[in-house]
Design a protein around this ligand. Sequence first.
Ligand SMILES: *Cc1c(COP(=O)(O)O)cnc(C)c1O
Length: 489
Amino acid sequence: MPQSPDTHTRFRRAAAPLLGGDTIEEYRRAVGRGVDRVARHLEGVQAPFSGAQPEQLEAAVAEVDLDRPLRSLDGALDEIQRLYLDDAVFFHHPRYLAHLNCPVAIPALLAEAILAPVNSSLDTFDQSGGATLIERRLVDWTAERLGLPAQTADGVFTSGGTQSNLQALHLARDEALARAGTVAKMQPLRIFVSEAGHFSVVKSARLLGLGEDAVTAIPTDDGKRMRVDALGEALRGSVARGERPMAIVATAGTTDFGSIDPLPEIAALAHEHGAWLHVDAAYGCGLLVSGRRRALLDGIERADSVTVDFHKSFFQPISSSAVLVRDGATLRHVTHHADYLNPQASLTPNQVDKSLQTTRRFDALKLWLTLRMMGAERIGELFDHVCDTADAAFQLLDADDRFEVPVRPTLSTLVFRCTDTGGDDLDRANRRARQALMTSGDAVVAATKVGGEQFLKFTLLNPATTLEDIAAVIELIADHAATTERQAA
Ligand SMILES: *Cc1c(COP(=O)(O)O)cnc(C)c1O
């Protein structure tokens, strides 16, 4: 039955919230109002966190009846203000000192506002047009900064360092198998990473069907860098047991200490043993644009693959990350030709051939606009600045006999603990100090273990954080650590 004009009009009205040629005003109004709401909230933010506990937030979220829409823009914004904005954790606040989260570059937010409504999908050229070419230029730019050979290097944007590490190790595994003779194919494959490396390496081994036992943790020196002598010994032991060293993962910027493994020496060992060299520079990639610290990455140009997280040290919004490879041909290990998407004979540039994902966001646009509007040098200056702040904070804490600092920072993290705890157990006092800070909302700091003992951690990725901010937070920590529960009660 043909639709009556009346049904058609009603359908169009119901569809109004979908973006299209005749809903532009609605789009402009909704997004504009949302931007205003966030801007107004940010103006009033006094602390990195409200201190809300999960139980409090849980009840409010559970109460919402998802089957009864509000049908009002302001109503929806009010609700999301209450459920989310009021108790969000704000990374732009100078006293957010916890994890590898950065304040975000405004050009990248502009990019988010452009890429979301257009909604390109980077799997194929026929779903993205020029977006695919923009991503490819940024992959080439990154490969060039890394010093990978221009003729062969390639890569793809990913959701984050975890996915980049997984993909790199997947390529390493398939390359090892492709190169192996029949006998070698039976040998157990082994991955070597320092004990300060990222847990996603072990997780990748599990996902790849190699098992956690396939990963050997190599001890670190007193700067938390992989010990090359220990790596050499582990490699020789592995070969002697009839195993195959499949990959060595060097970390350029460990999550806790910012330490950088000795890349040239590790590259030499990888070469000697025919192992794939993956460099996890999820955090340290900011050095690629640093004016004063680029040399810390020397040797990275010898990697077979590299992980970079622009959403950590390039001040990009989540997600923005990439995996780069020395030889683009190795990306064939993730290629599958689907008749409907990227048929075998197709000559169009289809990024799906290189990615673990199919439908994929145009995250590359954020880095593009950041480079075009701010420039790489400015990003590097900001990263250098936070590294300087970390070193100044180290001097401060190291000179303070209430605190212990095990390692001088290489990048922008600082691990420490308070030892002046009024006779209370050190682990308990430091845990308490962190929790008390979080609950007060005055500052947010992270925690980690060193040699099985409780330490605290500053991750300084905010150029707005001053040494005065850090000094103030240190005093708060000292107070909380020295106030036992009994005294506080
Ligand atoms: C953060 C981090 C990762 C994981 O990256 P995500 O983007 O969080 O998935 C991997 N390696 C290192 C060294 C990291 O610091």
